[in-house]
Each structure stands twice: as structure tokens, then as C-alpha cells.
Design a protein around this ligand. Structure first.
Ligand SMILES: *Cc1c(COP(=O)(O)O)cnc(C)c1O
Length: 506
């Protein structure tokens, strides 16, 4: 007989009794709810030095030899994190492309950890596997990609893009390339075509796959920082004539710097004509395809062979969650499936270890699945459309401020800079333009230190500009309207001080 009586239970240093677990959990949830409620009254970033933060966490302390009271540890962790963190959920956080996390996603993470599903194999995570499959299909539906696609969740956009790259390499390079690598005599010399605006994942992918970063062919962009399709086409044909093997074209649906969208329909046509794989990096912009009336260039992402989407950006999932979508569901298993003797898994079911490079996998899909249901397609379309509108409003309002110079506006990204009135006419002269770069770099840092808002930057045709990217369902019109005055106030002061320091060379 097999029975474990209460009295024989093993004493574990990590055990928390049920009543205590409840008490600690309720208290934590109370504290999180308070935090979310008071977010807009907090500083966006703490503006503390690394040494100060290290001091707060007692960074020099050695590994504890014996255990401590779990309640006290949790209390301390809350204090540290709520008092010394940057809050990307703050309504005035507009840096990089980092989203406010949906509250339902926070709860989803807790629930996912409680079940601790290993979504590597169906047998280990039946419900979680099916939830992930459904989440992948829903993301496809949201952006207009065929529902019959394959795909899986990843840690983020980089990994999603790199997995697609690996899958394409496996497909275009054939079995020989996979078995003997690139060293085999006569191995194809693969080439990838993309614009300079493409995120750095493409260099990482070329590097770690052994192709080398020189396998990436950079195509010039037009005025709007979109890939030039005429140059692309002639370069592919030239490379074919020279015996190279063009493998894929990477188009971007929303570039990181300016939100530029490549002419995806034209790229799809070129890829069809020339027999290349068409990959779209939609890490930032793909969800905007759900907004009625968006550009046909963006909608053409549905013609791609593969798309990377980033639920931890415009689907507001807490970090981390990226997503791969492939038109042909056989693509991923063809690239990643190996079957050792100790794996006895049913062929009929989805086993995600066969679809990517991870073996054990967490349950990233749950938080995304929950948010997709809470907001629905319409809810997402509304939030994203509002954020695009807010960005456009800010951009238009810049015209009323002679010291603010507008640069670009695309999706929910606006770029601009502070340019003192007396420097306006000479702003293209090398010395002035270099001063303006220094000045705006200083303004960016001062805004961050002020804790009032958080921006990041872009470099557009050698100008260092301030960049505001709204992927934040908490941002209100009032938040946005306060920004120009903040930049003016910080900018005028910084300008005065910098000029004094340079003893008026400018
Ligand atoms: C954010 C982003 C990436 C990288 O995604 P991570 O989630 O940060 O790994 C790649 N491409 C584009 C266009 C992005 O916006």
C-alpha cells in the first residue's frame, strides 16, 4: 500500500504552508494593485547611479548560508523593486519600443508559474500546448496572416527573427548544408537582402549561423527610410549572375528608429519572381495591421513566408513574449526536429521542442492568450489606433513651437529635436550641427533624470534626435501635451549651460 500520512511529510526549506502562502500572496497582490494605481504620480525612472542601486540591494553580500523568513524577503524585494525601478508602465514612458504590461498579463504570469507547464512537449503540458497553438493562430488572425500557419512563442523579437532565419537557411541550403555545414566544397554562398534600417538581429543571425555578416547585402533606402526595391531587384539579379545564392529578403513592418514600413507588397512580388524567401520583421508594427484603414504596404505582410511579431510590444504582454509565424507549418519541424531514442512522443500532437531551439519551455502564451480575450480584436485596434493618433498629434503640435524641429512620424513614433532659434538658419553647418547633437543628447539625459518622462533617441541623417514611441495604453492626451513644454524648459536651460561651458564658440 502506498500512502503518505501527514506526519511523514518531508520538511523542505522551500515549503510554505497554505495559510502563509495565502497571506503573503494577498499582501503582494495588494501592493501591486497600489503600485498600478499610483503609477502616474511616480517618477518614470529613479535616476540613481549603479553604485547607489548596488548599495540598496547590498550587492556585495555573499550567498546566504542559511535560510531566512520568506515574508521578510518578499517585503524587501517589493521595497527594492517599487522604489528603485524604471516603470515602463508609467503613462509617460515612451522610450525604445517597450510596452506597458497589461494587468491581466501580470496575473497570467503568476498562474503560469503556478502550473509550471513545460511547454516543450504535449505530454508534459497538454492544455498549455493547445493554448499556445491557439495563441499563435489568434496572433495570425489579428494581423491578417493565414490561420493555417505554423509558429510558436519565443523570448522576443530577436529570437523570433533568428528562428525564421535558421528555418530559411535549412530550407534554402538543403540537407547537405545542415549536415556538412558551410565548409563543404561547392556549398552555396547564401545572401540575405535588407535595408540598413533593419534591426541588428540580422547581423547576429548571419554571424551565429556561420554565414558571416558579409552575407547580409545592405540595400539603400529612400527619403522615407524604406528599402529601394529597384536597387534590390538589380542586386539580386547581379548576385545570381555571379553564382551566389540569394536566400531571403527581410522587410520591416515598422522600423525601430522611425516606424518606417518597407513596401512589403513589392518585396513579396520580387521574392516570388526570383524564388526567394520573404521574411517580415513585424516585431513592432505587425499588430497595427489590425487597425482599419492602415496602409496597404503594412497589410501586405500577409504575403510573407514568415513573420516575427512581438507580443511584449504592441500586444502589451509583460516581458518576455515574441512570436514566429510561418506560412507553411512544415517549415519549423523541417528545420528543428531531431528524434533521439529517449523521446517517445506521439507524432500527431504538437511538441514545441520540434519547432524551435528550446527544449524545456515556459508557458509564455498564457499572458498573451488572456489579454487577447480581454481586449479582443476591437480592443487592440482601438488601443493601437489611439496611440498612432497621439503620436501624430504630438508631431503636428511641434509646428507651434519654433524651437522644436520636427523630423519624422511613422506608426506611433515621432522624432524631433530642440534647436535654439538663433541656430536655426545655420543648423546644417558642421559646427552647429555637431553642437545640436551634443545639446539634444544632453536634453535626453536631463529628461530621463527629471523623472517626468522617458524618451530615447534616433540618428536621422546624422542628426541626433529625440524619439517618442507610444506603445502604452496608459498614455493620455494630457501626458502627450505636456511633452513640448518639458523639452523647451529642459532644452533652454541645457543650451544656456552648454554654451557657457563652451565659452560661446557657437
Ligand atoms: C524590438 C524589435 C526587435 C527585437 O525584439 P526583442 O523583443 O527586443 O528581442 C527586432 N526588430 C524590430 C523591428 C523591433 O522593433
Amino acid at each position: 500500500m502506498y500512502s503518505i500520512r501527514e506526519s511523514t511529510r518531508r520538511e523542505s526549506p522551500l515549503q510554505i504552508e497554505s495559510q502563509e502562502f495565502r497571506r503573503l500572496g494577498y499582501r503582494l497582490i495588494d501592493r501591486i494593485a497600489e503600485h498600478l494605481q499610483e503609477l502616474n504620480t511616480l517618477r518614470v525612472s529613479p535616476g540613481e547611479t549603479p553604485s547607489r542601486v548596488r548599495e540598496v540591494i547590498d550587492g556585495g553580500r555573499s550567498l546566504p548560508q542559511s535560510g531566512s523568513d520568506v515574508g521578510e524577503i518578499l517585503e524587501r524585494a517589493q521595497r527594492i523593486l517599487f522604489d528603485h525601478s524604471l516603470f515602463n508602465g508609467h503613462p509617460r514612458f515612451w522610450g525604445y519600443i517597450t510596452a506597458s504590461a497589461a494587468p491581466v498579463g501580470i496575473l497570467g504570469e503568476l498562474l503560469a508559474a503556478a502550473v509550471n507547464a513545460n511547454v516543450g512537449a504535449f505530454r508534459l503540458a497538454p492544455a498549455a500546448t493547445e493554448i499556445e497553438s491557439q495563441t499563435v493562430r489568434w496572433i495570425a488572425e489579428l494581423i491578417g496572416f493565414p490561420k493555417s500557419c505554423g509558429g510558436l512563442l519565443t523570448s522576443g523579437g530577436n529570437v523570433a527573427n533568428i528562428l525564421c532565419f535558421l528555418a530559411v537557411r535549412a530550407r534554402m541550403g538543403g540537407t547537405a548544408l545542415r549536415e556538412t555545414g558551410l565548409s563543404r566544397p561547392g556549398a552555396p554562398v547564401l545572401r540575405i537582402y535588407t535595408s540598413r534600417e533593419t534591426h541588428t538581429w540580422v547581423q547576429k543571425a548571419a554571424d551565429i549561423t556561420g554565414l558571416g555578416t558579409e552575407a547580409v547585402v545592405w540595400i539603400e533606402t529612400d527619403e522615407g527610410l524604406r528599402i529601394r526595391t529597384d536597387l534590390l531587384k538589380s542586386r539580386i539579379q547581379q548576385d545570381q549572375r555571379e553564382g551566389l545564392t540569394p536566400m531571403m529578403v527581410v522587410g520591416t513592418a515598422g522600423s525601430v528608429s522611425t516606424g518606417a514600413i518597407d513596401p512589403l507588397g513589392e518585396l513579396a512580388a520580387i521574392c516570388r519572381q526570383e524564388g526567394l524567401w520573404f521574411h517580415v520583421d513585424g516585431a513592432y508594427g505587425a499588430p497595427a495591421a489590425a487597425v482599419p484603414g492602415v496602409s496597404t504596404d503594412l497589410l501586405a505582410l500577409r504575403e510573407a513566408d514568415s513573420v516575427a511579431v512581438d507580443p511584449h510590444k504592441w500586444l502589451y504582454a509583460p516581458l518576455e513574449a515574441g512570436c514566429v509565424l510561418v506560412r507553411d507549418p512544415r517549415t519549423l519541424p523541417a528545420a528543428f526536429s531531431y528524434h533521439p531514442s529517449y523521446y517517445h512522443f506521439d507524432e500527431e500532437t504538437t511538441n514545441y521542442f520540434d519547432q524551435g531551439i528550446q527544449n524545456s519551455r515556459g508557458f509564455r502564451a498564457l499572458k498573451v492568450w488572456l489579454a487577447l480575450q480581454q481586449a479582443g480584436r476591437q480592443g487592440y485596434a482601438k488601443m493601437i489606433a489611439e496611440e498612432i493618433d497621439l503620436s501624430r498629434e504630438l508631431f503636428r503640435s511641434l509646428a507651434f513651437y519654433p524651437e522644436l524641429e520636427a523630423f519624422t512620424q511613422g506608426l506611433s513614433i515621432a522624432t524631433f529635436r530642440f534647436c535654439p532659434s538663433d541656430l536655426r538658419d545655420g543648423r546644417d553647418e558642421p559646427e552647429v550641427s555637431s553642437y545640436l547633437n551634443d545639446l539634444n543628447r544632453e536634453i535626453l539625459n536631463r529628461i530621463e533624470r527629471s523623472g517626468e518622462a522617458f524618451l530615447s533617441n534616433a540618428v536621422i541623417r546624422e542628426s541626433f534626435v529625440l524619439r517618442m514611441c507610444i506603445v502604452n495604453f496608459r498614455t493620455t492626451r494630457e501626458d502627450v501635451q505636456r511633452l513640448p513644454d518639458l523639452v523647451l524648459e529642459v532644452g533652454r536651460k541645457a543650451d544656456l549651460e552648454l554654451r557657457r561651458r563652451l565659452s560661446c564658440r557657437i
